[in-house]
Design a binder for this molecule. Structure first.
Ligand code: GLA
Length: 397
């Protein structure tokens, strides 16, 4: 196995399934992989043009893809029952809440831009838990965009593909997400996290020198409900906050706001306390990302952990995207010795927490946090140790 080969996939078996589903033709089956991502700090800032600090994880989506030249699109997955076969003029997002919208939305982006994508067979296989806030959907979108660009020689840049993947999610899936997930999944680098400016899309890879610490994700396994509508509602509330401020301040995005200006223009929010709370989260979260990157670069892990805690509290109290299970997981983690920091990661409303813990306490952490969590919620948490991994790529057969 070589370094760019993702782990945890039985490629032989996937090739068999591919042949069973799609038969054979003269074109070669090629393989591509995109990871999931975890955001270490900086949530609900991306769509305001703020900062985030994500890294790739070592699980993701493997795509086996082949050209067909018959103008048919056949998409199947080993994770979901629904598969489709359709022609270009049949592309539509009528299958609500279905995985198929992620790759189909990306195909739609290529078609809209006038690329002659004249047929593909695709088999997707993912090992990122779905609905866990680890960007399984962005990994499907980005791997699809990357693979199509490659096999049809569209000559688009990686940044173009990131934007197309985000557009697929905005326009086709209907989630008004920012660029964090697609960007991270595309640009991630082994053993690094990226300090990302979501407005300019400038980014800096920061070595994740964790020394005696490790990152463990804890999955609430809570069913996520209202996820998409509540998310879009937050986006709209930030827009409202911006509208209240622009007559008074020379800003074009909420992410440009600083803590001092927000405080001195608090009266703009006299009739909209919700918008104020959302803005306060965004402004403080942006400051936390900058401080967290500094702390990490100077090896100040305790400080990094404290920033994670403050971030969770702000997402819970000001942004109101936490949930009881998430809070239980975070509280149980904070009660453990050896835990530097614990916070929800991603959109919230369920999903995972990210935990920075002393390596030698990880077994105890998993045992005790798991037990306390189950006592409080009746739910069983899953735990994953992650190593920060590289972004989208072609995988050598
Ligand atoms: C989801 C969205 C991202 C980002 C995060 C929260 O993952 O897709 O764009 O807004 O939530 O930080």
């Amino acid at each position: 196995m070589n370094a760019n080969q993702p782990s945890g996939f039985n490629v032989e078996r996937l090739l068999q399934i591919f042949h069973q589903k799609f038969g054979s033709n003269d074109n070669t089956i090629q393989q591509f992989f995109a990871p999931g991502r975890v955001n270490l700090v900086g949530d609900h800032t991306d769509y305001t043009g703020g900062f985030a600090f994500p890294c790739g994880i070592d699980s993701g989506t493997l795509l086996l893809i082949r050209r067909t030249n018959n103008n048919q699109f056949r998409l199947a997955s080993t994770n979901f029952d629904l598969s489709v076969q359709l022609s270009k003029d049949q592309i539509s997002n009528d299958k609500k809440d279905n995985w198929i919208n992620y790759p189909l939305g990306v195909v739609d982006q290529f078609v809209k831009r006038g690329f002659d994508i004249n047929g593909i067979d695709c088999l997707f296989s993912g090992n990122v838990p779905n609905g866990a806030g680890l960007s399984s959907s962005a990994s499907i979108e980005v791997v699809t965009a990357f693979a199509i660009n490659h096999i049809f020689q569209c000559q688009l840049t990686l940044m173009d593909l990131v934007k197309m993947a985000q557009a697929a999610e905005n326009d086709f899936v209907g989630m008004q997400c920012g660029i964090l997930d697609q960007f991270a999944v595309a640009m991630a680098k082994d053993n690094h996290a990226m300090f990302l400016n979501c407005k300019t899309l400038e980014y800096r890879q920061v070595p994740l020198a964790l020394n005696d610490y490790t990152i463990i994700l804890a999955n609430t396994n809570q069913r996520r409900e209202l996820n998409e509508s509540a998310y879009n509602e937050r986006v709209a509330e930030c827009e409202r906050a911006l509208q209240l401020l622009t007559p008074r301040l020379p800003i074009k995005a909420l992410g440009e706001l600083n803590e001092q200006d927000l405080a001195s223009h608090k009266k703009a929010f006299a009739n909209d306390n919700i918008a104020y709370k959302r803005a306060k989260h965004v402004v403080s979260e942006n400051a936390r990302v900058c401080a967290a990157v500094q702390a990490l670069e100077h090896g100040r892990m305790d400080e990094f952990g404290q920033i994670m805690h403050a971030s969770h509290d702000s997402l819970r109290d000001l942004y109101q995207v936490s949930s009881e299970p998430l809070d239980h997981l975070v509280n149980a983690a904070r009660a453990q010795s050896g835990v530097a920091g614990s916070r929800l990661t991603g959109a919230g409303f369920g999903g995972c927490t990210v935990n920075l813990i002393a390596k030698n306490t990880s077994e105890q952490f998993i045992r005790e946090v798991g037990q306390t969590y189950q006592e409080f919620t009746g739910l069983k948490a899953d735990f994953y140790a992650i190593s920060p991994s590289a972004g989208v790529r072609q995988v050598n057969p």
